[in-house]
Design a protein around this ligand. Structure first.
Ligand SMILES: [Cu+2]
Length: 67
């Protein structure tokens, strides 16, 4: 399935890459597209292996706010 996560706190390409890498490291994530301009991450994942809650936790752990 695919979900859009609102990400607060990204200010540059480094932040964008940080969020992207944090999400890609989560088992079950198929693809990640992070937009700095739109302050969001589009994540495609296998819902049998992970959940939206876990994806948001990964973003938070990377130092950003996920909504
Ligand atoms: Cu940055």
């Amino acid at each position: 399935m695919k979900e859009i996560i609102k990400v607060k706190g990204m200010t540059c390409g480094g932040c964008r890459a940080g969020v992207e890498n944090a999400l890609k490291r989560v088992a079950g994530v198929v693809s990640v597209e992070v937009s700095l301009e739109q302050a969001q991450a589009a994540v495609e994942f296998d819902e049998k292996k992970t959940a939206l809650k876990e994806l948001k936790a990964a973003v938070e752990k990377a130092g950003f706010t996920a909504e």
